[in-house]
Design a protein around this ligand. Structure first.
Ligand code: 1GP
Length: 240
């Protein structure tokens, strides 16, 4: 059976670009879930990510089950902490916040997640998560209590991504933060994508179809769109 990670690798090899819609359980109204799923099914999305920095409500399992019932896309957890694990999903981005120096988000939460993960069949995909300065303080910065990497220090951003690759991460995720003022710049995407071999995810602050296309064209293998779709379910019907 082909794993989700293998499918991502195959897509990268064929230069087929991927797109994930990120759903934050805290912002979803389960009463309107059918409409949301219909819109996902009509969109060009190839993956659904589920998660958020906080996730304070308890609808995670229910949300994942509802999506599974009516949508065939793979569902990947994108957790802010070990409480956000659902065995109903297909895979988990096992994130380590390698841009930060808070050991909780580098290794502690991951250690605590292991007993939970061992009771699931989730495919675990090791991901080097890199937070990049984006104009304003974002939820990731607040919750993780880490500083984002300065956007003008491209060499250090690349070094961080390459360290992640050398540590054996299977994906690198360049994150500007949800609702970021500035998304990750094309220069950073180009530099990192040209100098790592593993697939590159880019997300945070992407607000238009053109921005998705630009991120793809500059080397992102998978682009994540959260807030813009959340705020406008017709996001993918717009031009440009
Ligand atoms: C946040 O990268 C994701 O973790 C998506 O960000 O909500 O700004 O699209 P947006």
């Amino acid at each position: 059976m082909s794993t989700i990670y293998n499918q991502i690798l195959q897509a990268k090899a064929k230069n087929e670009k991927l797109l994930a819609i990120l759903l934050d359980p805290d912002k979803i109204d389960l009463d309107n879930i059918q409409k949301l799923i219909e819109k996902i099914n009509q969109s060009p999305a190839t993956h659904v990510f589920v998660g958020g920095s906080l996730v304070e409500n308890n609808i995670l399992d229910e949300l994942v089950l509802e999506i599974k019932k009516n949508c065939e896309l793979p569902i990947l957890l994108f957790p802010g902490n070990p409480s956000q694990i659902s065995d109903k999903a297909d895979a988990i981005l096992f994130l380590s916040l390698i841009s930060g120096r808070n050991s909780d988000y580098l290794i502690e939460h991951q250690v605590n997640a292991v007993p939970i993960l061992n009771r699931t069949n989730l495919e675990v995909i090791s991901t080097g998560y890199i937070l990049i300065e984006s104009g304003e303080k974002t939820a990731v910065e607040r919750v993780s209590k880490t500083k984002p990497l300065p956007r003008n220090n491209q060499e250090y951003i690349l070094q961080t991504a390459q360290a992640g690759e050398m540590l054996g991460k299977k994906l690198i995720y360049l994150e500007a933060g949800s609702g970021a003022k500035f998304s990750v710049s094309k220069e950073i995407i180009t530099l990192v994508s040209q100098n790592i071999k593993i697939p590159l995810i880019v997300g945070g602050g992407i607000r238009s179809l053109l921005e998705i296309e630009n991120a793809h064209n500059h080397g992102a293998d998978l682009v994540v769109i959260g807030t813009a779709f959340e705020n406008n379910l017709n996001f993918f019907n717009q031009k440009g």
